[in-house]
Design a protein around this ligand. Sequence first.
Ligand code: MN
Length: 322
Amino acid sequence: MNVYVCYREKDGISLSNTTLVMTEREIEQLIERYQSNKIERNAPGVRFCFKVGTVTVTIYNSKKVLFQGGGAAEFAQQFGSPNAPSTKRPSKKTTGTHLPDHLAKLSVIGSDETGTGDYFGPITVTACFVPASEIGWVTEYGVKDSKMLTDDLMRQMAPALKESLIHSTLVLPNPKYNELQASGMSQGKMKGMMHNQALLHVLRKMDGASYDYILIDQFAEASTYYRYLSDVPTVVNERVLFATKAEQIHVSVAAASILARVAFLEEIDRLSEIAGVTIPKGASSKVDQVAAHIWKQRGEDVLRSMTKWHFANTLKAKKKLT
Ligand code: MN
């Protein structure tokens, strides 16, 4: 069964139907809760029907409840009944940008990248698993979006996170980045491949431990993301969700953002050592100055080996040489 193909073309939103069997009490609660969303459906055996967003829910006299439409599987997940074990866990086909309720409290593998806009240094990607039972201390520890924390604080936090949480950090060295870029590969595709690989590593390290969802900090439409991976042999595509600002949605993505950032900073430290000068982050005019300095002192090849060479900074630095 090729699950991947069936949702890749739907912008990542599952269009599958989900059927649950519910108890009388659960059904009564459902009807009460969604009374104002009621729609008329005079089909045989139908007790109640309602619509929430793109999801249509039909409750049958048989106590079967049918969820249909975009995001149906995600929506149905919150009503999983103990009487229907197959629906207790989120559907394996679930993917997309419709986020399930209470996502922040579930066991999630989060994934985030950094370094994409920096002239110096690599792209780094981290995937990090935070099971529901660990969310409390990780949050109390101060884990949040890396953009809201200082570099120093993140460096201090990283060791405990690395020790306690299953994670994988990938670094794309600048020479490799430049080679791929020169061959015509987009930065988006590089990122996509790195996210997928980091997730594969984490899943392998988890060794079958259960999780509810994978949440990727969204840098492309889900359909684009899977297109980037069309020639990758193993694609992680079960229960994958995409969201922008995902660092603020689940602490696993925030932890991933910190670990990715610290890996980037460590690489900047290493390159600074090689260059004999403190390398600045970003792509500002300060970056042009330092680039020109390295070019003069160490030559073009050394500069190239530590930068994203196709950035406009290269030309700007070159102009400073004369
Ligand atoms: Mn991000």
